[in-house]
Design a protein around this ligand. Structure first.
Ligand code: NAD
Length: 487
């Protein structure tokens, strides 16, 4: 394949400098929409992690340790302003690195990256810690930074999820080491450039690129790292927790999901169809919160299936850099192969493919891309593997139910517990069902509406801990209680 663009070489960012990895080895980064080799990414190892931890430790005992809350909040605002100023540049990087449409990168990824920095600038300005008064004594809680924290992130929302961790970690005065996914390193590299430009002190913001079992694991094991905030798959989360345990790190785990979308016959039909299409196929189905498991009240199932099939077929699939595209490529050819494996499994398990279930026919260079059509499958048992295991792609299985109780049982019968959406015009039913679902987030008549103050995280195998607002500020700080006798 000939390159339409020069291959970019990126470096690690350690102690305020862009530096090559100790190994001098590089990993190829590919545009999944064309198969083009677009960048070379450092294949770092424990030596680079050691250097980054040392730089971050020096930063923590340097002037950064004396910055006031107001100064740190202003710094986050400056980063937000600089990201906004370079937004179109970052939108293009994100679209090329992930295969997502420019439209999504602009409206979701980079918009939210700016919002994350702005939000935590405000949140930390208004943050207050607790005081507990008791007979004869007063307690108050001091919050101090943890020190060096590692932020390990996945490929589906690269800048969005990294900034969701970087912003609160810096707000509370920590030094960070980011480990973006090796598949999508470009926007976190751009965030390092921005941090440097706006005056983040050397060593406060570091990026070490590379493979999970090399760089990620070295970060989890390093005694100088005090906390790991990890977003990624459930199996990886277990490895992270195990590697971090011997050094008693704080760990926040945001993991996989198999989220139910529950549609009752009394829903507002047209709004529900639009909402379910978004929940199913946004970002090519590669959002941890996507609803891969569609539970529908039996009387509505044929009509809803027909409307969703029509909507899925109407999604404009193709070149992510075309402003009219609404459905891009999967993140990699390997990931598409995983999705194809699950659709083959669904067929073996007795499912009927209502739409999709194949690669679209596209012209060069996108005929080389990792595209896959939005896919809806009916007729599977709700306990089938394809209906219960996370696919993380544009594949939705439909399962009819007869009663509210059955809907709740089916929603809860998976090992994950990240989120759910409920579609009904009966408010009492919405409250009742929401209360019974074993998930960290329930949306009613909406999906992915995000107030950044609310607790975000999963139950069961979807994770450990909560992020967002004060939950993030608390995770990235150490509480110390002071008890003063009043007599
Ligand atoms: P992944 O678990 O393969 O990788 C995530 C990150 O962990 C990458 O940076 C990777 O290099 C690193 N990593 C891999 N092995 C490691 C190890 N042994 N030690 C330390 N780090 C290691 O996940 P992915 O394929 O990049 O992302 C998809 C997954 O992320 C899906 O399961 C999805 O549901 C989940 N996700 C969850 C949320 C959430 O908020 N709960 C958000 C987005 C994605």
């Amino acid at each position: 394949m000939t390159n339409r663009h020069a291959v970019q070489r990126i470096d690690n960012f350690v102690g305020g400098q862009f530096v090559p990895p100790a190994s001098t080895a590089w990993l190829p980064d590919t545009d999944p929409a064309t198969g083009e080799h677009i960048a070379d990414v450092p294949r770092s190892d424990a030596r680079d992690v050691n250097d980054a931890v040392s730089a971050a430790q020096r930063a923590c005992v340097g002037p950064w340790g004396g910055w006031t809350v107001a100064e740190r909040a202003d710094l986050l605002d400056r980063i937000a302003t600089a990201v906004q100023a370079r937004a179109e540049d970052l939108v293009l990087l994100e679209a090329r690195d992930t295969g997502k449409p420019l439209h999504t990168a602009r409206a979701v990824d980079i918009a939210r990256t700016v919002a994350n920095f702005r939000f935590f600038a405000g949140a930390v300005r208004h943050y207050s810690s607790d005081a507990h008064s008791m007979p004869g004594a007063l307690n108050y809680t001091l919050r101090r930074p943890l020190g060096v924290v590692a932020l390990i992130t996945p490929w589906n929302l690269p800048a969005y999820l990294a900034s969701w961790k970087i912003a609160p970690a810096l707000a509370m005065g920590n030094a960070v080491i980011c480990k973006p996914s090796e598949l999508t390193p470009l926007t976190v590299n751009a965030l390092a450039e921005i941090a440097h430009e706006v005056g983040v002190p050397d060593g406060v913001f570091n990026v070490v690129h590379g493979l999970g079992h090399e760089v990620g694991q070295a970060l989890c094991e390093h005694p100088g790292v005090k906390a790991i905030s990890f977003t990624g798959g459930t199996a990886t989360g277990a490895l992270v927790a195990a590697a971090a345990a011997p050094t008693f790190k704080k760990v926040s785990l945001e993991l996989g999901g198999k989220n139910p979308t529950i549609v009752f016959a009394d829903c507002d039909f047209d709004a529900t169809v639009q909402g379910v299409l978004r929940a199913s196929f946004s970002n090519q189905g590669q959002v941890c919160l996507c609803g891969e498991r569609l539970l529908v009240e039996r009387s509505l199932a044929p009509r809803l299936t027909e409307a969703l099939v029509r909507g899925a077929r109407a999604l404009r699939i193709g070149d992510p850099l075309d402003p009219d595209t609404r459905f891009g490529a999967q993140v990699s050819h390997d990931h598409r192969a995983k999705i194809e494996g699950y659709v083959a499994l669904a067929r073996q398990e007795g499912g009927t493919v209502e739409c999709g279930g194949k690669r679209p026919i596209l012209v060069a260079p996108h005929d080389q891309g990792a595209f896959y059509e939005p896919t809806i499958i009916s007729g599977l048992a709700s306990t089938a593997r394809a209906a219960t295991e996370e696919i993380f792609g544009p594949v939705v299985t439909i399962h009819p139910f007869d009663t509210d109780a059955q809907a709740v049982t089916m929603a809860n019968e998976v090992e994950y517990g990240l989120s759910a959406s409920v579609w009904t015009s009966n408010l009492l039913r919405a409250h009742r069902v929401a209360e019974q679902l074993d998930v960290g987030t329930v949306w009613v008549n909406t999906w992915l509406t995000r107030d950044l103050r609310v607790p975000f995280g999963g139950m069961k195998r979807s994770g450990l801990g909560r992020e967002g607002g004060r939950y993030s500020l608390e995770f990235f700080s150490e509480a110390k209680n002071v008890c003063i006798a009043l007599a």
